[in-house]
Design a binder for this molecule. Structure first.
Ligand SMILES: C[S@@+](CC[C@H](N)C(=O)[O-])C[C@H]1O[C@@H](n2cnc3c(N)ncnc32)[C@H](O)[C@@H]1O
Length: 531
């Protein structure tokens, strides 16, 4: 077990550095069943250190023996395995039987403690990927197949956790945050606060406001044999999502994690594609976005009464405008641009960020005056800048996408906040020179970068700016842990070298569940400048 953990640890070490590191190689280090039984999975330093030492020894041995590419399994070999652990992307991890060399097998839809049969379909460095054939001995404490609401679960790559209770899903996501900081922050345990329980999504099904089903081109398929034009529904045509572990599209008629309006619109859209399939020269990725109806185009000023009686529509044109409301505010954005995909959790998320910036004095333990200025970096269409604006005197946001920034400005006006909020297009690191008149000691910075995290130039400038509070929101906790670790350790070094007074401490860490039934977790880290 420890060896298994070691090998996986080595695999994941590279994860935050690489732009496109597959989430499947970012494992947890301990069995989730253990974590769950311990409630919040507190661990001792010494056990952890010992595991790490054993792991390091095991990996080094495989490399020294030159066997790290020599899989003990042949292609399509069937094998019976005991699942030890679960990865941060929700796959089961099992060690090859003890007679073989230390080798990990990654299998989807399985749980720790289960005995399963799997078929190996790919061998890589020190691990194999396998399809699940059957669960021989289920983990009946955790698995209940009656919970599964989707007929495609077990084949579709979209969801990993439908067989688990929602509480278990939240616990697993908390463990992902714990392990990401342990493995990727390079911070001593004493600098990492206890990770709080994951904040649930109010909706656990029917929450996803964007789906992108796709299909392959008839041309590509024709190469494999002539299509029968008379055929009503060509047997090769699959419109849906990717199969787990494959780049193959599987035919999907409905998606229970998507909102009702998206499912309603998707059915006739599919029928239409089937009817006209030979008019498509290329494969297509469809876009379906849940929007409030915008009665008179963009210019209309929405009211909350309107939103309460909201009429939802499905937007399919990448260039069209989508409208959502979050709390008291309305957000318009271009359908093809970024916006969070679970509207139900946006009030809890933005309220959490607000409360992190304005903690009660007893919680913050300091008498620092509350911030009056906010900088929203990687601001998209202005979600954090605008939802938090009522609490600040001035707000500035920056974003790389021209379309998003255009909509952020429009949203400031739409919500009567343009008098105090300004947005600019550009790389996030450019914001610090643009907010020279913001008093750093009275400024909070929100950081919400894409999956790859922040670059060094941004982090150095953030550090130099000296904002009182930094709230780092991330859809990739591994790169977040790396960046937060750098902020904390660089600022400590600066103090040690006598360059500055006051350093950043990591005050709190918490996951948010933006994608129930999947292994994804959003993570919020709160940093405070302390003297
Ligand atoms: C995870 S999204 C967050 C958007 C927004 N905070 C929200 O919650 O709706 C990350 C955003 O960063 C933007 N982005 C990517 N690289 C950037 C960069 N170097 N500088 C500024 N913005 C960037 C993307 O266009 C995207 O809108």
């Amino acid at each position: 077990m420890r060896r298994l953990i070691l090998i996986l640890n080595r695999m994941m070490t590279e994860a935050p550095k690489s732009k496109n590191s597959p989430a499947s190689l970012q494992p947890l280090e301990k069995t989730p069943s253990t974590d769950i039984s311990r409630g919040h999975g507190e661990k001792t330093d010494s056990a952890q250190r010992q595991a790490e030492q054993e792991e390091a020894a095991c990996s080094t041995r495989a490399e020294a023996d030159g066997v790290e590419w020599e899989s003990p399994f042949g292609f399509r070999e069937e094998v019976e395995l005991l699942v030890s652990s679960i990865s941060s992307s929700g796959e089961g991890l099992a060690l090859a039987p003890s007679s073989m060399r230390p080798w990990v097998v990654v299998i989807p839809f399985v749980l720790p403690g289960e005995v399963i049969r799997a078929r190996v379909y790919k061998n890589a460095r020190m691990y194999s990927l396998a399809d699940l054939i059957s669960v021989q001995v289920p983990n009946s404490q955790l698995r209940d197949m009656n919970r599964v609401r989707c007929k495609y679960f077990g084949t579709c790559a979209g969801c990993q956790y439908q067989m688990l209770s929602y509480e278990t899903q939240l616990d697993l996501k908390r463990d992902v945050v714990v392990n990401a900081y342990r493995n990727h922050s390079n911070l001593p345990e004493s600098s990492i606060p206890a990770v709080q329980s994951t904040i649930p999504s109010p909706l656990q099904y029917g929450y996803r406001t964007k789906i992108t089903p796709h299909f392959e081109s008839p041309k590509k398929v024709q190469k494999q044999g002539s299509p029968n034009i008379e055929e009503e529904r060509p047997s090769w045509l699959k419109i849906g999502f990717n199969q787990i572990g494959r780049r193959l599209v599987m035919d999907i008629e409905e998606c229970p994690i998507a909102t009702p309006i998206l499912n309603e619109a998707y059915r006739p859209m599919r029928d239409d594609i089937i009817k006209k399939i030979y008019t498509h020269k290329n494969g297509v990725s469809l876009l379906l976005r849940d929007s409030l109806e915008i009665p008179d185009g963009n210019s209309s000023t929405p009211t909350l009464e309107l939103a309460a009686n909201d009429n939802h529509v499905c937007i399919t044109d990448h260039k069209a405008t989508v409208r959502e409301h979050v709390g008291n505010l309305f957000f318009d954005y271009q359908a093809g641009s970024f916006f969070q995909n679970n509207n139900s959790v946006l009030v809890p998320l933005t309220s959490y960020v607000r409360d992190a910036i304005f903690p009660s004095t007893s919680m913050s333990g300091s008498s620092t005056p509350p911030p009056t200025h906010l900088v929203d970096t990687y601001c998209g269409a202005g979600l954090f800048a605008l939802t938090l604006a009522p609490h600040f005197t001035r707000v500035a946001g920056i974003e790389l996408s021209v379309d998003s920034i255009r909509f952020a400005m429009h949203n400031a006006a739409l919500n009567d906040l343009a008098y105090k909020v300004s947005f600019r297009e550009g790389d996030a690191s450019q914001i610090f020179s643009a907010v020279g008149d913001f008093p750093p000691a009275l400024t909070a910075v929100v950081v919400d970068p894409p999956r790859k995290g922040c670059d060094e130039s941004f982090l150095r400038q953030l550090l130099a700016f000296r904002a009182q509070t930094v709230v780092y929101v991330s859809c990739n906790v591994h790169t977040q842990a790396r960046d937060v670790g750098q902020i904390v350790s660089w600022s400590a070094n600066e103090v040690a070298e006598g360059k500055r007074q006051g350093k950043y401490v990591l005050q709190s860490l918490r996951g948010f569940d933006l994608f129930p039934q999947t292994a994804h977790v959003e993570s919020v880290a709160v940093l405070r400048l302390v003297s």
